[in-house]
Design a protein around this ligand. Structure first.
Ligand code: PLP
Length: 439
């Protein structure tokens, strides 16, 4: 009997004892090819010698330095590395322990910014329907995932939710992708006007919607229009790149491909690549400048903010990505993976859509390809697929669609950037078997 309070109290989990590149090995010696890096975390696979060495060196030097009392070289170097590659203006980094903490910190920074510049009435947040931004109460309030929110609804902040960018189901037949993007981006303007522009602090969105919409990417012009609207009403634009960032699209920052710069950018998951827990936000000069001129303090912090080993690991991950040219490898693997997925499942009667960017690819499962009708949620096809994949030795990240059928069950693939071509083939073959057993 386990004394761990596992998330699933009925079905025992396999015991992971070892990693081998992109494989997880359990206590029975079974190997699982991790085609999603858990939930888009393990972006360079397991046991990379450079990251192991960096963490070992760091713990030998100093294991902990409280960020209210000290800075330290790994944190400074990591901030330099991340801001040097960021869109212009995102000049400062703040480090936390994970994605939800990064979102909470971003919400609090937005609130503090408006106090510092004399607009204390700005405290309302806008986010998108069918989104996920984390499981702590602030982050859960921003998100709009029924399954995750339902239990905690009375504890959540009031947040306005607008439509996500979800071309597969929501672009009308009579509009181009650009027209669709404008139409839904304009919902932000309507929401700001309805709420009262002087009361809105920030709008949060993932450039590519990950866990709740299976890699639904922005249509051309959509992110730029959001930027324009935020600027018009003095609202901060926050891009949540916890899942889609850190190289997963073939660019260190997903928003770079669209050329749109947010005021705050959150990251986690691939930042530490699973070697250490770490998240962060990057903040724009204008925000940091306001704090400098105003109270001179960031009011938010946690005990483990900027942890030495987390920063050392994340810095080493960045060095591996640069030295091994992994952003180019992501682009190359992406083309190959898309081609293989299209060959294998492009005409599959129950795969409605294959989408995403880089090595962040989603497949939407449907009961009927022609009508796009989703599977009955009670059938839990997503869970069946996950279980069938695990039985085959394949890890993917499937998730349930909306209970109202507004989105179908989907499977997210987010494999390591240093996968071999043969491992791509293994993913496709095992997915084929898992799909046969699911439907
Ligand atoms: N934001 C996004 C887009 C996420 O996908 C997640 C986690 O899946 C989070 C925030 C929360 O991150 P964490 O689970 O590290 O707290």
């Amino acid at each position: 009997m386990s004394h761990v309070l596992h998330r699933d109290l009925r079905n025992p989990l396999p015991t992971a004892v070892k990693g081998d590149g992109p494989y997880v090995i359990d206590s029975a010696g079974k190997r699982y090819l991790d085609a999603s890096g858990g939930p888009a975390v393990s972006c360079i696979g397991h046991n990379h010698p450079k990251v192991i060495e960096a963490v070992r060196r760091q713990v030998g030097e100093i294991s902990f330095a409280y960020s209210a009392f000290f800075t330290h070289p790994a944190m400074e170097a990591l901030a330099d590395t991340l801001t040097a590659q960021a869109p212009a203006g995102l000049s400062h980094a703040f480090f936390v322990s994970g994605g939800s903490e990064a979102i909470e910190a971003a919400m609090k920074l937005a609130r503090q910014y408006f106090l510092e510049i004399g607009q204390p009435q700005r405290k309302h947040f806008i986010a998108r329907e069918r989104s996920y931004h984390g499981n702590t109460l602030g982050a859960l309030s921003l998100g709009h995932d029924f399954n995750r929110r339902q239990t905690y609804e009375p504890l959540l902040l009031p947040v306005t939710h607008i439509s996500p960018c979800y071309e597969y189901r929501e672009r009308r037949a009579d509009e181009s992708a650009e027209q669709y993007g404008l139409r839904i981006a304009n919902e932000l303007e309507a929401a700001i006007l309805k709420q009262g522009p002087e009361t809105v602090a920030a709008f949060f969105a993932e450039p590519i919607a990950g866990s709740s919409l299976g890699c639904a990417e922005p249509v051309p012009g959509y992110l730029a229009r959001l930027r324009e609207i935020c600027d018009r009403y003095g609202v901060l634009l926050v891009f949540d790149e916890v899942m889609c960032g850190m190289g997963r699209t073939g660019h260190l920052y997903a928003c770079a491909e669209d050329g749109v710069t947010p005021d705050i950018l959150t990251m986690a998951k691939g930042l530490g690549a699973g070697y250490q827990p770490i998240g962060a936000f990057l903040a724009h000069d204008k925000i940091v400048g306001a704090l400098e001129k105003g109270s001179g303090q960031l009011k938010h912090g946690h005990t483990y903010a900027g942890h030495t080993m987390s920063c050392a690991a994340a810095l080493a991950v960045q060095q591996v990505i640069a030295e091994e040219n992994l952003l180019d490898r992501v682009k190359d693997l992406s083309t190959k993976l898309r081609a293989r997925l299209n060959d294998a499942f492009g005409q599959h009667p129950h795969v409605g859509d294959i989408r995403g960017r880089g090595l962040f690819i989603g497949l939407e499962l449907v009961a009927d390809r022609e009508t796009k009708q989703a599977f009955d949620p009670a059938e839990k096809k997503w869970l069946k697929f996950r279980q069938a994949g695990m039985a085959e030795g394949l890890i993917t990240y499937p998730a349930a669609g909306c209970i109202d059928g507004k989105s179908g069950d989907h499977i997210t693939l987010a494999p390591p950037f240093n996968l071999t071509d043969a491992q791509l083939d293994e993913i496709i073959e095992k997915m084929g078997t898992a799909l046969k057993q699911t439907i």
